[in-house]
Write a protein that binds this ligand. Structure first.
Ligand code: F6P
Length: 343
C-alpha cells in the first residue's frame, strides 16, 4: 500500500513526530510506501506530494512546525476540491490511503470524505486541547510549558516594580492553556472563556495581592469575556476586521485593572510563541504513539476512524466523536483553581 500523510490547519509542536512515527511504522511493520502531501488538502488538489523514507524522517521528532507545510484549504469548498476530484487525484498519484492530522475543521473534512468513500483516517491535533473524544492532544503540553516559563519571567520583572502583570495566552474558545499554565505559574487570577468573571472580582484579587506587597499575576485566555460585557474590545472602539485586532483582551484587562485600582499594570501577549519550537518530551511521546497507531488503523482499513488518548491508552474512535462540540474546562476544575486566587 502507498500511504499519504497530510497536516492541515494551524501548526502545532509534535506534528513532525507524528509524521516520523507513522512513516517508520508504515515502512518497518507494514512494508508500506509513504508519501507526504504538501500543505494540507491543497496538496491533493494540486497533486503536490513528496516521497517519505526512513532517512527523510530521521531526527524529526524533536523539531517544531511541520515538514509538510499546512494550510486552511477546505477539501470541499476549494476550487478543484470535492470527493470525486480528490479520488481521481489520489488514484493518479497512486495513493491508496490518507492519514489526515488536524483539528476540528480538518477532522470534519476528513470524516465527510470518509463517508463519501475515501480511505481516510485521522489524528487529532490542537494546542488548545479542546477536542472531544481525546483526553489530550499533542502540542498542549508544549504550549503550557512555554506559557509557564513566560509567566515565571513576568513575575520577576513585575515584582521588581511592584506592578500587576497580565499575560494573554491562546484559547479562542476554551481556557485549558490558561488554566494549566496559570496554575503552574501560581497566577493570582485565571480568566477563561467558559467563566464570565466580573472585572470587579478580578480587581479585588489584584488589590489583595498588591496590599500584601506582592506583584499580582493575571493570566487571560484570548477568548475571555467578562460578565457585563458582550464584546469588550468593540466597546473600547477596537474594530473587528476578521484580522488580528489592534490590542487584545489582555491589554483591555490590564487597562481596566489600572483604571480601577491605580496599580501600575502591564500586559504581554504570548501569541504564536506558544505554537513554535520544539515539542516537550510528553508531546513527543503522545505524537509518536498517535502516529504509530494511525498507521495500524490504515493497515486494518478502519476508514473514518481516528486515534485518541484515554488515560494512558491510545484508543480508536470514530472521527465523528471529535466533532460533537468543544471540550470545555469544567466548572469544577475552575473552582479548584479559584481557591488559590487573590491573597
Ligand atoms: O491552534 C489554535 C489556536 O492556537 C487558537 O488558540 C488561536 O486563536 C489560533 O490558533 C490562531 O491561529 P492562526 O493565527 O494560525 O489563525
Amino acid at each position: 500500500m502507498r500511504v499519504g500523510l497530510l497536516t492541515s490547519g494551524g501548526d502545532c509542536p509534535g506534528l513532525n513526530a507524528v509524521i516520523r512515527a507513522a512513516v517508520l511504522n508504515g515502512v518497518k511493520t507494514h512494508d508500506f510506501e509513504m508519501v507526504g502531501i504538501r500543505n494540507g488538502w491543497a496538496g491533493i488538489i494540486e497533486k503536490d506530494v513528496v516521497e517519505l523514507t526512513r532517512q527523510s524522517v530521521r531526527g524529526l521528532s524533536k523539531t517544531g512546525g511541520t515538514i509538510l507545510g499546512t494550510s486552511r484549504t477546505h477539501p470541499y469548498d476549494a476550487a478543484g476540491g470535492g470527493p470525486e476530484n480528490m479520488k481521481a487525484n489520489l488514484a493518479e498519484l497512486g495513493v491508496d490511503a490518507v492519514i489526515a492530522i488536524g483539528g476540528e475543521g480538518t477532522l470534519a473534512g476528513a470524516n465527510r470524505l470518509a463517508k463519501d468513500g475515501l480511505p481516510v483516517v485521522g489524528v487529532p491535533k490542537t494546542i488548545d486541547n479542546d477536542l472531544m473524544a481525546t483526553d489530550y492532544t499533542f502540542g498542549f503540553d508544549t504550549a503550557v510549558q512555554i506559557a509557564t516559563d513566560a509567566m515565571d519571567r513576568l513575575r520577576t520583572t513585575g515584582e521588581s516594580h511592584r506592578r500587576c502583570m497580565v499575560a494573554e495566552v491562546m484559547g479562542r474558545h476554551v481556557g485549558w492553556i490558561a488554566l494549566h499554565s496559570g496554575m503552574a505559574a501560581g497566577a493570582h487570577a485565571i480568566l477563561i472563556p467558559e467563566v464570565r468573571t466580573p472585572m470587579t472580582q478580578v480587581c479585588e484579587w489584584v488589590r489583595q495581592v498588591h496590599e500584601k506587597g506582592r506583584s499580582p499575576l493575571v493570566v487571560v485566555a484570548e477568548g475571555f469575556i467578562p460578565e457585563g460585557h458582550d464584546d469588550p474590545l468593540a466597546e473600547a472602539g477596537v474594530e473587528d476586521s476578521g484580522r488580528p485586532r489592534l490590542g487584545g483582551i489582555g491589554e483591555w484587562v490590564a487597562h481596566e485593572i489600572e483604571a480601577a485600582t491605580d496599580i501600575e499594570t502591564r500586559s504581554t501577549v504570548l501569541g504564536h510563541i506558544q505554537r513554535g519550537g520544539n515539542p516537550t518530551a510528553t508531546d513527543r511521546v503522545l505524537s509518536t504513539r498517535f502516529g504509530m497507531q494511525a498507521m495500524n488503523l490504515v493497515a486494518e482499513r478502519r476508514w473514518g476512524s481516528m486515534v485518541a488518548a484515554r488515560g494512558t491508552e491510545i484508543i480508536t474512535v470514530p472521527m465523528s466523536a471529535a466533532l460533537s462540540g468543544l471540550k470545555q474546562v469544567p466548572q469544577a476544575r475552575y473552582d479548584e483553581a479559584k481557591v488559590l486566587f487573590g491573597r
